[in-house]
Structure formats: C-alpha cells, structure tokens
Ligand binder design. Structure first.
Ligand code: NAD
Length: 431
C-alpha cells in the first residue's frame, strides 16, 4: 500500500484517485476549487461519470480516500504526487501549461522528503523537463523525480478503462522512478510500456489522440463522398472495420469529434510541430474536416425546412458523447448557435447535460423529455447518440411534430424504417 497525493479532482484525477484507493492505496486528492472539494467532502461527485459516486463513497467510508484544498495536508508523507490538472487550449492552439506549472510549484513548496511526481495530464513533450525545473528551483532540500504516465481513459467508461487499460505507458529519465510508478499498476495485470526517455511517453498520448481523431475525420470524408455517389457510409465503415488490419472502432460517421481532449490535443500537437518548424498537413486536414462536419446538419435542415427562420428545431442530445454531461467542444453548442443566429427557435433535451447547457446556451428552451421536445417541432436533430433515443416511440414522436423531419447526425435510425413511418429522414453519408 502506498500513500498517493492526486492533484486535481476532475474526470481524470478523481477516477485515478478512487481506483487507486480501491486497489488498497491511501489516497488524498487536492484541488484548488473549494466548492468541488466541499461537495466531495459531503459525498457528492461534482460531475456525472457512471459508477464513480459509488466507488468514491465506498473508499471514502473505508478511510482510503480523502479530499483537501491544502497541499500541506496532501503532499507531506506521500510517495507519489500525481498531477491530473487541466491543460486547456492556450494561445495559438498550444497547450496551456499554467495549471501544471502551478501544481508543480505547490508540490515543491509542500514536499518534505523524496517524491515521485507523476504527470498524468496530457502535455506536449518537454513538459516533464519544465516540471523538473520548477521542482528543483522551488525546493532545493528534497529531490523529486518526474515521470510521464499519460491517461487513456474515456469519459463514460472511465472506471472500466482505468481498471482494464489496453496498456499503461510510463516514461522517465530515471528508470527507478518509472519502475516505482509501474508498481502502482501491478494489480491491474495490464501490459506496461516503459520508455527510457520522458518525451516518448508524452508523445504516445498526443499521437494516439491525433490518430483516433484522424480516423474520425477520414470516415467523415468518406461519408461526404459516399453521399454524392449513393453509397451508405455507415455500411462502408462496417465493411472496412471487418478488416483486422483496420478494426471497427473510431469509424463512426457523424458530426465529428468533440469533447475535452481530441480538439485541443490535435491542435496542440499541430502547434508544437509548427514551433519545431514542421508543417503537419495531415493534422490540419483532420481539424478542417472536423470543423465543417458538424455544420452538415444545418445544410440538411435548411433544405428540408426551406429555410430556418422561425422554424422550431429540437436537439436530441447536447453532451459531446453519450454517458457524460461534458459539453466541452460539443457539436451541439455550434449547431445551436448557428440555428439561433439564423432565426430558428431552438429546443433541447439531454439526459445528463442540461444544467451545464443552461449556462452556455441560455437562449435555448429546455424540455422535460424527448416527447416534449418533439411536440409541435418542425424538425428534430440527433446530436448525441444516447441509447434512450434509439428506443423512442417514433410513432408518438411523429404524431406530435408539426413537420416530421429528422436529421440524424449520428445515424442511429434505419433510413428505410424512418421513411416507412412517414418521416422526412436525413442521415450522414447515407442519403
Ligand atoms: P478537469 O477540468 O475535469 O479537472 C481538472 C481539475 O484540476 C479541476 O478540478 C481543477 O480545479 C483542478 N486544478 C487546476 N489547477 C489546479 C492546481 N494548481 N492544483 C490543484 N488542482 C487544480 O480535467 P480532466 O478532464 O480531468 O483532465 C485533466 C487532464 O487529463 C487534462 O490534461 C486532460 O487533457 C487529460 N485527460 C483527460 C481525459 C478525459 O476524458 N477527460 C482523458 C485522458 C486525459
């Protein structure tokens, strides 16, 4: 059992902390957001992630998981300090490392002995060196080794992903420190790749996210071509995915990628490349295709409704993907704003993301459920593929709409079935 301080109580930090506590470690989470820590101290997880509340409660009750706003409470006595703070998009698309830098400074000030500082935040190569420098300059008494250990969990299945990772990647200039971090993961029985320099581990994360984003933009480009030649891109993707060399994941034709990671990480990798005098053409294409993809539903709506002014449009889903309340870089935000600017009346329903959406999009009307959303609407747009939308009573939906138009941004419905029910139906890449 090890004593671990986790810095940051967000999706990654809290999941990491709860899982490491569940594996028997003594974990304390420090966050500068007092409100968040207060909620956690009162047994409330401040965001939606399936299974996390139960895991946090179980480990808090067992005394293995604690929360604080004080580094002086969290860091002294810890063997590891795991940094899991935000790395949002900064100037010119580069990663904003100010939170990581601040966390490193606070760790240095609170350290009272040797420490392994693990960077789990997604950061560009060379960040580990910056963290080492901050630690050394702020605390000359005690030494800290820095290790990169990027996180690959996905929101919506964070606990499962943490506990059963495809691989654990660890990189450090100091092999002993890397081995010490590997010990934390021993109970998971996952393949562990230790890279002998820290930059490689940092790069694995950016390269992985950029590659997955590229798959999505690739299939969306195929979708645009498919639409023009009469092919069904959903089936094209299925056929491609059956090839073992390709595989089926991240080939979903739709509105493109969103969320807190892919958009900022592809941008940051591209900005990093430019800083080192390399123009990453493929990454630029990935981003351009993704930017335009979410606007396809607007073109389809405009065509089906003969204009958008005064039309009542209902958005089925707001979160950037199902099983999360995360709205960061969600296509719904851009789509709602363009519709509002074109004079449409926009309604929305999402099973988890409405509270956050009310703040970001106050002009939108929020409904109690999908049926209220459909009542009197001119069109519905599937923005997020929540399972409950697949199970709607579509006859009831159609009967209550002013015009039975559905633009299915995630291809969750069967075009033939929808047309059979009397809908004017448009999917993506399969008209
Ligand atoms: P988040 O915004 O949900 O949480 C970050 C937390 O860090 C916040 O609670 C914030 O208050 C806290 N924080 C900021 N500065 C701090 C400081 N100096 N000291 C203590 N706490 C501080 O972010 P997240 O989604 O958990 O992402 C964290 C990192 O992990 C990012 O680099 C992200 O790219 C990466 N990542 C995220 C995911 C994901 O699915 N969300 C997956 C893999 C990697």
């Amino acid at each position: 059992m090890s004593r671990v301080a986790v810095i940051g109580a967000g999706y990654v930090g809290l999941t990491t902390a709860a899982c490491l506590a569940d594996l028997g470690n003594d974990v304390i989470v420090v966050d500068i957001n007092r409100e968040k820590i207060n909620q956690l101290l009162h047994n409330h997880v401040p965001f939606f992630e399936p299974g996390l509340s139960e895991l946090v409660e179980r480990n808090t009750k067992a005394g293995r998981l604690n929360f604080t706003t004080s580094y002086d409470e969290a860091v002294p006595g810890a063997e590891y300090a795991i940094i899991a703070v935000s790395t949002p998009e900064g100037e010119g698309g580069e990663a904003d490392l100010s939170f990581v830098e601040a966390a490193a400074g606070s760790i240095a000030d609170a350290m009272d002995g040797p420490l392994v500082v693990v960077n789990k935040s997604t950061v560009p190569p060379l960040t580990g060196d910056m963290v080492s420098k901050v630690l050394r300059s702020r605390n000359q008494k005690h030494s800290a080794e820095v290790v990169s250990n990027p996180e690959f969990l996905r929101e919506g299945s964070a606990i499962q992903d943490f506990m059963h990772p495809d691989r654990v990647v660890i990189g450090s200039h100091d092999r002993a420190a890397a081995d010490k971090v590997a010990k934390l993961y021993e109970p998971l029985d996952a393949p562990i790749l230790i890279t002998p320099n820290i930059y490689t581990a940092e790069m694995v994360k950016y390269a992985s996210n950029a590659f997955l984003a590229a798959r999505i933009s690739f299939i969306n480009e195929i979708a645009r071509i498919s639409e023009r030649v009469g092919a069904d891109a959903k089936l094209v993707a299925e056929g491609m995915g059956m090839d073992k060399r390709i595989g089926p994941s991240y080939l979903d034709v739709g509105l493109g990628y969103g969320g807190s990671c892919f958009p900022k990480d592809v941008k940051a990798l591209s900005a990093l490349a430019e800083r080192f005098d390399y123009h990453p053409e493929l990454l630029h294409a990935v981003m351009d295709i993704n930017r335009d993809q979410r606007m396809l539903v607007i073109d389809k709506l405009r065509e089906c409704l003969e204009g958008l002014n005064d039309r009542i449009v209902g958005l089925l889903g707001l979160a950037f993907k199902p099983n999360t309340d995360d709205l960061r870089e969600a296509p719904s935000i851009d789509i709602a704003r363009v519709l509002l600017a074109a004079g449409a009346h926009v309604r929305a329903y999402d099973p988890a993301a409405m509270d956050g959406a009310r703040v970001k999009l106050p002009e939108v009307e929020y409904t109690r459920d999908s049926y209220d959303l459909a009542d009197g609407a001119d069109a519905l747009v599937v923005v997020t593929e929540w399972n409950e939308f697949r199970r709607l009573d579509l006859g009831r939906v159609k009967a209550s709409m002013r015009r039975p138009v559905i633009v299915d941004g995630r291809n969750i419905y069967d075009p033939q079935v929808m047309r059979g029910l009397g809908f004017t139906y448009r999917g993506i890449g399969r008209d």
